[in-house]
Design a protein around this ligand. Sequence first.
Ligand code: SAH
Length: 372
Amino acid sequence: MVVHGRSGGRRRLPEDGRAVEIDALRPAGDCFVARLKGVADRDAAAMLRNKDLYVPRERLPAPDADEFYLADLVGLAVMDRDGKKLGTVMAVHDFGAGPVLEFRPDAGGDTVMLPFTEQIVPVVDVAAGGRLMVVPPAETEEPAMWRASVLTIFPEMFPGPLGASLAGKAREKGIWALEPVDLREFATDKHRTVDDTPAGGGPGMVMKADVIARAIDKVADDARPRLLMSPRGAPLTQARVAALAQGPGVVLLCGRFEGVDERVITGRNLEEVSIGDYVLSGGELGAMVLIDACVRLLPGVMGKEASGAEESFADGLLEYPQYTRPATWEGQPIPEVLVSGDHGKVAAWRRKEAEKLTRERRPDLWAGRGKK
Ligand code: SAH
């Protein structure tokens, strides 16, 4: 009947506003069995089945030491381990798996739900100016998932290759999330038109600014960079990929037809990114390239965290040649140094080979080294 203790009972009060009087009461396990005045037989009792019963807070007896009414928690200050105030308790819920504390963070944003257990809420002080201390469970301290929203007229192309292998497994593990957004949903006519003829004439069609703007305004309501896949953009580099992977995610707009009305590019601050000096028929493959390159750098995606640090471009160099068994294949042996077991010599050989390859194949990379 009374709500106390952390695994406390439930409030049992009449929800139809009717007052009932208790004649007799005896404890039975976690609950009480009560006889109500005027409820004399089985049928009358059945009428009360599944009814919640409410007791005015001021009528409840003082709780025992280390017990409290959940209702008294509302309004308490929520502190962290160091005594810093995090927010204020809004409500205590019971969805069936024990009480859940909901508090409003002082920093703004969504309210936070925490299980109301001894471990997560070790200190509760209901006395004047009350407060409670919370120790959030580990997962609430982890950074939010890396999120890629892809605005496209072909949402069915996704996840496509991003659903397989490294990226696919990482998505299953919840390391990143993919949100394909159908641009046609933001059209206003019954044909769901997203394009129109180019002003000034010429071939092809141009994607409409208003449709794209509505989609961006709905989806990109956070700090993620907004990129437009575009052959006119800055060529994507490993450095840019690494920077994007460190952020909260990306919002990617995929062009189709001749491209996108220039006004939405400037009006919504879209940064144009190219995946190379050639023209694709749409931005979707480019978006997949960009997402794949970012996802493999997210913590926990590649087997060994270090394996990203040694790759092509990581150090402004292309990667050294790789070999695996058999020791000799079609008469070609693995370079001797690699089977010598001398780690210092192996590292020096790899460095030299990487430099040689970069000089020969990518004089532009070689010339640009150390300039950043
Ligand atoms: N008329 C445009 C090309 C349009 S191709 C021009 O000459 O620049 C259609 C869409 O494909 C583009 O809007 C863009 O989103 C995408 N796209 C094409 N090539 C790309 C590239 N190299 N990198 C990134 N996106 C590309």
